[in-house]
Design a protein around this ligand. Structure first.
Ligand SMILES: [Zn+2]
Length: 257
């Protein structure tokens, strides 16, 4: 394995733009530098990169990102919420998105929100129990799920902890031996994900909802996508209850490319 650790002679297109084009160039750069996309396994080798996505609010954008990756031969993990107010994994259009992601070679995992159950720190056993219940439900919707679980908006008490029954994306090794680059709150605008020397092992987190055809800031993207989902819900309610049309397939998500 050889990782090209040079950065100064080959700068990435900068500044970071939250566009599909930029994300695709970013992926190509990772591959060119010698990284091998890999899964959450027991141990990573030098040159391995884990690509992780937390699907907070946009299945449609997750599918778009999933297609871009598949076109480059990259497989990654999509972590989904079971208690989002904006999407439901049992709702057929969402299930179709998750099935397509799986057919592209990606893995579906649980994105778990402790905030739905506790206001502060919870005992490990209680977390494992709730995570187990949600993973069973997710599995009922999509079949096999990832052995890893990502926490939504994690509080610090979750950092460096290990749990029985699943791999936490915030367990010790992801703070020590494996470097972490996440796009939360679009912070890559200030901190370029490939600034400095390139680490030997890498976990990269992106939130598909923050990306689009054109660049937009964090809040614009958030509210734009919330409005989209609410408009879809309004149409769905109208068709089901006023027009008495029940063809759910008409609500299938159209990826943006
Ligand atoms: Zn999240």
């Amino acid at each position: 394995m050889t990782i090209d650790t040079s950065t100064s002679d080959q700068p990435l297109p900068a500044p970071v733009e939250f566009t599909y084009d930029w994300y695709e160039r970013f992926l190509r750069r990772l591959l060119d530098a010698g990284y091998t996309p890999t899964d959450y396994g027991e141990s990573l080798s030098a040159g391995d990169v884990i690509l992780r996505h937390d699907v907070d609010f946009s299945p449609r954008k997750a599918l778009t990102i999933g297609r871009i990756e598949a076109d480059l031969g990259i497989e990654s993990t999509y972590f989904v919420l079971m208690n989002s107010p904006l999407y439901n994994v049992f709702y057929k259009p969402v299930r179709s998105v998750l099935e397509e992601l799986q057919s592209l070679g990606h893995t579906i995992g649980l994105h778990f929100s402790t905030h739905q159950y506790w206001n502060g720190e919870a005992p490990n056993e209680a977390v494992s129990e709730r995570v187990g219940a949600e993973r069973d439900a997710l599995s009922a919707a999509v079949g096999e799920v990832s052995g890893a679980v990502s926490f939504h908006r994690p509080d610090e008490w979750l950092f460096r902890r290990s749990f029985d029954g699943f791999i936490s994306t915030y367990e010790e090794r992801f703070f020590t031996e494996i470097d972490y680059r996440g796009d939360s709150n679009q912070r890559w605008r200030e901190q370029h994900p490939l600034a400095g020397e390139r680490p030997e092992k890498l976990q990269i987190l992106t939130h598909p909802g923050l990306w689009g055809e054109d660049d937009a800031d964090f809040e614009t993207r958030l509210y734009e996508e919330t409005d989209n989902e609410l408009e879809r819900t309004r149409r769905f309610m109208h068709e089901q209850f006023i027009e008495k049309r029940y063809n759910v397939d008409e609500f299938r998500y159209q990826p943006e490319r």
